[in-house]
Each structure stands twice: as structure tokens, then as C-alpha cells.
Write a protein that binds this ligand. Structure first.
Ligand code: RAM
Length: 337
């Protein structure tokens, strides 16, 4: 008795669902052409940021826009302000920024938005009022917790370790460190002791010197976690030619190309990252969709992100790229970025 009813209802329901999906997902063809989209990295000379920006420029080329990259050579809190002001004067359609500070750039980004310029943060967020969308590399909680899980494996679950971070104000590193500290509260890490959080400011030389300082101050150190591609490479470079090689585990977040030699020579056993190029690519599509009016940054909206397919805006305007990869000697040669 219910059968006929069902068979009538199902196609109707399916058609309604399809219509809803079509309505909610912005189509690539709806993107305006010739959009002016500017990327502002944390710092212009950081290899990680260069890969991310290149990914963004590739996306903008695909959508026939006009892309450019401008930014400071240091990751200081207000180093990006003058660049944002210039982009406002130039009437860019969108600004995509990896913020060096959660608050310092907000008044300037708000000014940009009040003039119709769309703002996307990626890699490192601002306070939510500073942007319409944040393109996050992966869920921040899993990145932070994952770093401690990996460290614990590498040091056999016990001993003193230090964190070598980027700048003290970096939103992304600070969020990950907060989650690392949460993970450490679990009973299984009772024998792991965080002795110090040092800051290399995403500066190669400062990170190198900070590593040396950590080893001198903590002779029993068993590990260094550097959740920054600049920091992990500098720490590994210091350790590879020091007596601590083989005694102090270096892990964190780094690019396979920067870390390959350290993995091959045994200084580093494993570390993690996502594909920064894809991160920039996704951020460019988010910006183009905002600037084309196909999305506004509200939770639940979807858009097409070229080769990455359909993506959906989550809570607080966050769009997530995907889970990180762990690299080690077995897989590192399959990655080239
Ligand atoms: C550095 C930067 C960047 C971070 C990577 C892992 O390049 O601090 O913001 O995401 O490391």
C-alpha cells in the first residue's frame, strides 16, 4: 500500500535535493573574469609561503584573473599594514593574507572590506571580524594534537622536550601550541615534559641560535618540536652537525624539499605538513567566489575550487584543505614541494 506513494515521492525528493544542491554550490563558470586578487604572505622570502603563493597565482591564472604577491621580508606583527593600505588604494577585488598577528592587521582589513574588497585569511588567521573566510590547512586541533602524538612516538613516550615556534604572535602556531598543551594533559604523556617554548621568529638564523640555546640550557633534552617550516629546518641543520644528532629528535612541520636531506642523513625521522600549494590554490578560489558574489562566507555555502572540487564553508567562515601527511624515509621521495 505504501509502495506507490514511495515511488512517487522518491523522484520528487531527489529532484528537490538536486535543485537545492545546485542552488547552494557556486559554479566555476559564475566567477567574474579579470578579478584583481593580491596575496600577502607572512613574509615574502619564506619557502613555504612562496609555494603557497605560487598555488594561489596558478589558480588565479586558471580563472583568468590578475594575481600578485606583495609582502614584508619579516614576520613582525605590523609588517603587513603598509601593504594592505596600498592594496586598498589600488582597489583590488580581494586580498588573501597569512596574518602575522591576530589583531594588528584587523583595522586595515576592516577598512578594505568597508570599501568592497573581499578578505580571505589563509595559513594564519586574524580575529574573525578581520576577514570573510579563513582557509585553514587542516583542523587546528588535529594538527596540534598530532604533533605531540608524533613526538611521543619518536622519543619513546618520555623525556624533556622544547617547542621551537615562529613569532610569539603567530595565530597559527599559537593555536597549534595550545592544542599540543591540551594533548599533553592525557595520562599517556605523564612522562613527557615541555621545558620551554622558544621563538625563532620564522628567521633562519634566529631559529638556529635558539636551537643551540635550548641544547645548552637543557642537557637532557630528548626532542624539539618546531611547528614552523623555517624553525624545523634550522633546528635540523644545527643538530645534524652537533653531538646531539641521534640523541635529540627533531620534528614538527616542514616542507619535504627542505627536510629531505635531514631525513636521508638520519637527523630527522618524521615530520608533517599539508601541500602549501593547494592551500594557496584553495584560498584563491575562495577569494574569487567572494569577489564574484557567488558566496558571502556564511556557514553551509559551497563553491567549486578548480581541481580541488567542491568545498564548503564551515563554522566561523572556515574552509579546511584536508588532513596533514606524515613524511619519513619511506615516503618522502614521493613528494616534491
Ligand atoms: C612557516 C610559517 C607558516 C606555517 C608553516 C608550517 O612557514 O610559520 O605560517 O604554516 O611554517
Amino acid at each position: 500500500m505504501f509502495r506507490p506513494l514511495r515511488s512517487i515521492r522518491q523522484p520528487v525528493l531527489a529532484a528537490a535535493l538536486l535543485a537545492a544542491c545546485v542552488a547552494m554550490t557556486a559554479n566555476a563558470a559564475e566567477l567574474k573574469s579579470g578579478l584583481k586578487i593580491a596575496f600577502v604572505p607572512k613574509q615574502i622570502n619564506n619557502p613555504y609561503e612562496v609555494i603557497a603563493d605560487d598555488g594561489g597565482m596558478a589558480a588565479i591564472k586558471e580563472m583568468k584573473g590578475q594575481g600578485k604577491v606583495v609582502g614584508p621580508s619579516d614576520a613582525g606583527a605590523s609588517s603587513q599594514v603598509s601593504y594592505i593600505n596600498t592594496l586598498i588604494t589600488q582597489k583590488q577585488d580581494a586580498v588573501v593574507i597569512a596574518a602575522n598577528d591576530a589583531n594588528a592587521v584587523v583595522p586595515y582589513l576592516k577598512k578594505a572590506m568597508s570599501q568592497g574588497i573581499k578578505v580571505v585569511t589563509f595559513d594564519s588567521d586574524t580575529a574573525p571580524e578581520g576577514r570573510q573566510i579563513f582557509v585553514n590547512q587542516a583542523d587546528s586541533e588535529s594538527i596540534g594534537r598530532g604533533q605531540i602524538q608524533l613526538l611521543s612516538k619518536l622519543v619513546g613516550g618520555e623525556g624533556e622536550f622544547a617547542i621551537l615556534s615562529a613569532t610569539p604572535n603567530a595565530t597559527n602556531q599559537n593555536t597549534w601550541i595550545k592544542w599540543m598543551q591540551e594533548e599533553l594533559k592525557k595520562p599517556e604523556y605523564a612522562k613527557l615534559k615541555l621545558v620551554k617554548i622558544a621563538y625563532g621568529n620564522d628567521d633562519d638564523q634566529k631559529s638556529f641560535v635558539e636551537t643551540q640555546g635550548l641544547l645548552q640550557a637543557y642537557p637532557n633534552l630528548k626532542g624539539i618540536v618546531a611547528p614552523t617550516s623555517v624553525g624545523i629546518a634550522a633546528a635540523a641543520r644545527y643538530i645534524q652537525s652537533s653531538p646531539s644528532k641521534g640523541k635529540v629528535a627533531v620534528t614538527g612541520l616542514g616542507t619535504p624539499n627542505q627536510m629531505r636531506a635531514f631525513v636521508k642523513n638520519g637527523t630527522v625521522k618524521a615530520f608533517q605538513l599539508w601541500d602549501p600549494g593547494q592551500l594557496g590554490y584553495l584560498a584563491a578560489f575562495a577569494a574569487a567566489n567572494l569577489a564574484s558574489g557567488t558566496i558571502s562566507g556564511k556557514e553551509g555555502e559551497s563553491f567549486e575550487a578548480g581541481k580541488l572540487g567542491k568545498r564548503t564553508v564551515g563554522k566561523s567562515g572556515e574552509v579546511i584543505l584536508g588532513p596533514p601527511t606524515t613524511f619519513d624515509s619511506a615516503n618522502i621521495d614521493s613528494f616534491n614541494f
